[in-house]
Design a protein around this ligand. Structure first.
Ligand SMILES: Cc1ncc(COP(=O)(O)O)c(C=O)c1O
Length: 385
């Protein structure tokens, strides 16, 4: 059988070697600590699970859901956007339910990108922006996120002829994998840039609620006029420990929502209705639990950062997300990550897995408890000794 060309061009799995090392460490009987997964270790809050149980038992939720998400769900999303950011959206025209934000990110290019069109993607970055572009024959123009620029893309470095061919520009602040955040001045510049070049600005705000130290992540819509330019993706996954439930939404430009909704009606049938009910409960009553969750991640961040500093490293201290980004001595992130698994049984993600500009860094996830993080840093300290 000959596979489709689009499959053949998928990038090679970068972590195969690291996976082998991990399996070998487990086989040697090592107590492996994984700091590589972007998946909360804590369970979905009880009240959300209870709401879902009731909804699952209700036959009204057993048939095909409304493609775009139920009206009640979309209204709940619009209300959440208004409560959280102070911006109103029309639940019919400007909100679309997604089967997790990844589903929306992966499918959007099918609606908006023709072969040869350019998509501006951050790198290091969430890999789906670039892969989804390539799957539809689009061309990826990479925007390096460099430490010297606070891990923000340098818009002036994008050639005008590239910008003029671009259909989409992806931003993601709070950022995976660097943990960087962006100020309103950056959002203003990127809105202006996209307006000037007629580009749909795609803001991936999956980590908007995972903030520490009194920091509150903005929405791209805080920029006046952004709603003519932008769409924003939100997710219940990280905010409410709901990664497995697969539910999120996008809000913004009606002229994007409408064709995207039409496209999606040919691809899927929206999130399971009972999951939508659970997400509504999360947005309404689960929200009160989010500050406690952020405190937990903040405590973990502080343990990890302090330990890494004691070991002589210089991690970036994130104000948001549950990731810690750190330059590695010598600059070989694959070798460094390999050494951590082989010698210490600690698994981290090499930055080069997020694009070449991520080379020289590793990403730690704060998705184990403080005691395990203490143990991980104790081992890392022994490495430097
Ligand atoms: C930056 C970013 N965007 C989007 C997603 C997708 O989240 P979900 O599909 O669970 O909503 C992730 C998941 O790790 C992510 O890191």
């Amino acid at each position: 059988m000959k596979l489709a060309k689009r499959i053949a061009q998928l990038p090679a799995y970068l972590f195969a070697d690291l996976d082998k090392k991990k399996q070998a460490a487990i086989a040697r009987g090592m107590d492996v600590i994984s700091l590589s997964i972007g998946d909360p270790d804590l369970p979905t809050p009880e009240l959300i699970v209870r709401a879902a149980e009731k909804a699952v038992a209700d036959p009204a939720n057993h048939s095909y859901p409304a493609y775009a998400g139920s009206k009640a769900f979309r209204e709940a999303c619009a209300k959440w956007m208004e409560r959280r950011f102070g911006h109103r959206f029309d639940a019919d025209k400007e909100v679309l339910g997604l089967i997790g934000s990844k589903e929306g990110i992966a499918h959007l290019p099918l609606a908006l990108v023709d072969p040869g069109d350019v998509v501006l993607c951050p790198q290091p970055g969430y890999p789906v922006y670039a892969i989804a572009t390539r799957l539809v024959g689009g061309e990826v123009f990479e925007m390096p996120l460099l430490a010297k620029n606070g891990f923000l893309p340098d818009l002036d470095a994008i050639p005008t002829e590239v910008a003029d061919k671009a259909k989409l520009l992806w931003i993601n602040y709070p950022n995976n994998p660097t943990g960087a955040v962006a100020g309103l001045d950056f959002f203003e510049r990127v809105v202006d840039f996209c307006r000037a070049h007629d580009i749909v600005l795609c803001s991936d705000n999956a980590y908007s609620e995972m903030c520490f130290d009194d920091y509150r992540a903005p929405s791209v819509f805080d920029v006046p006029g952004a709603r003519e330019v932008a769409i924003e993706f939100h997710s219940m996954s990280k905010t409410y420990n709901m990664t497995g439930w697969r539910v999120g939404f996008l809000a913004g430009r009606a002229d994007v929502v409408e064709p995207f909704r039409d496209l999606k009606s040919n691809l899927d049938s929206g999130p399971f209705s009972a999951v939508q009910v659970a997400a509504m409960e999360a947005m309404a009553r689960g929200e009160a639990l989010v500050p406690d969750l952020c405190e937990i991640y903040k405590g973990r961040r502080d343990v990890l950062v302090a330990g890494l500093r004691r070991a002589g490293f210089e991690p970036f201290v994130p104000q948001a997300t549950f990731y810690v980004w750190m330059p590695v001595p010598g600059g070989d992130d694959q070798a460094f990550a390999g050494r951590l698994v082989d010698e210490l049984g600690v698994i981290v993600t090499p930055g080069s897995g997020f694009g070449s500009a991520g080379a020289g860094y590793v990403r730690f996830s704060l998705t184990v408890d403080e005691a395990r993080l203490e143990e991980a840093v104790k081992r890392i300290e022994s490495l430097s000794a």
